[in-house]
Design a protein around this ligand. Structure first.
Ligand code: SAH
Length: 246
């Protein structure tokens, strides 16, 4: 593997400072991110974990991208990451925000096992992991309305995403969706779903991800506040959610 750790560490710092989040980093945190990249690259050779496998892209499109969400999470929040995949945003959030308590869930067992083992190897003690389908967990009384924040990146369009995230959030808590460009139409499409599920759009921050290396990348950070309890009957089955989005 052709990997220059010192160069990569410098690239991570550059990616963060170009996006106004350099202040979240320390020498030790950069070292942890470099170790995370080494692990991601090694494990990606064995099976398909993430499409982004080039160190400079990892610095921007995984780490700096997830750092944008680290800025907006309340102190000491209990957070659930729905559809964590290879650990995004969970693992960057865990590095940058040791105050958070994070639960990473995904329907795919091998991804959850990868994230769990990675958190252990990196010494991230604020992460727990579980194999779970979100629409099942959302109906489990032990999980329903138990979290301050649900986060999700690249999982589903906002109508679908609202139904699988809002049930986990307590009234007064929030959903933070990390989206790419063109999220504006998803927001207007999701108004009805949000009204049914007890949520309301609080903010759409469409500041792009800046990169002198990759070029500017369109982004939208959508924050939904939960105003009232999600009615019984939601989330529905995955087939219903996706075939007849609210
Ligand atoms: N959040 C990660 C992964 C995105 S890929 C990232 O940004 O890199 C989407 C992930 O969501 C996949 O790993 C898939 O298994 C998971 N997923 C999709 N629908 C799900 C559901 N209903 N419940 C749980 N996980 C789901």
């Amino acid at each position: 593997m052709d990997f220059d750790a010192a160069r990569h560490g410098a690239m991570i710092q550059k990616a963060f400072s170009e996006n106004g989040v350099g202040g979240l980093l320390s020498f030790d945190k950069v070292k942890t991110f470099v170790a995370l990249t080494e692990r991601l690259l090694t494990e990606s050779e064995k099976y398909n974990l993430t499409a982004i496998r080039e160190p400079d892209k990892i610095a921007y499109l995984h780490y700096a991208d997830c750092a944008l969400a680290a800025k907006v999470l309340p102190k000491n929040a209990r957070v659930i990451d729905i559809g964590c995949g290879a650990g995004f945003p969970t693992l960057p959030l865990a590095v940058l925000r040791p105050d958070l308590r994070l639960l990473a869930v995904d329907a795919t067992e091998k991804k959850v096992r990868y994230v769990e083992e990675t958190a252990r190897l990196l010494g991230l003690q604020n992460v727990t992991c579980r194999v779970m389908r979100a629409e099942d967990g959302g109906n489990d009384p032990a999980e329903r309305e138990q979290y301050d924040v649900a986060v999700a990146r690249a999982v589903a369009e906002l109508r679908v995403l609202s139904e699988i995230t809002l049930p986990f959030v307590r009234v007064g808590g929030s959903v933070i969706a990390l989206k790419g460009k063109n999220a504006a139409y998803e927001v207007s499409d999701a108004k009805r779903a949000l009204a049914i599920l007890g949520g309301q759009i609080a903010e759409v921050d469409d500041t792009p991800l800046h990169s002198t290396v990759l070029g500017e990348q369109g982004r939208a950070l959508i924050r939904i506040v939960k105003q009232k309890k999600t009615p019984a009957g939601y989330p529905r089955t995955w087939a219903q959610i996706t075939k007849k989005p609210l």
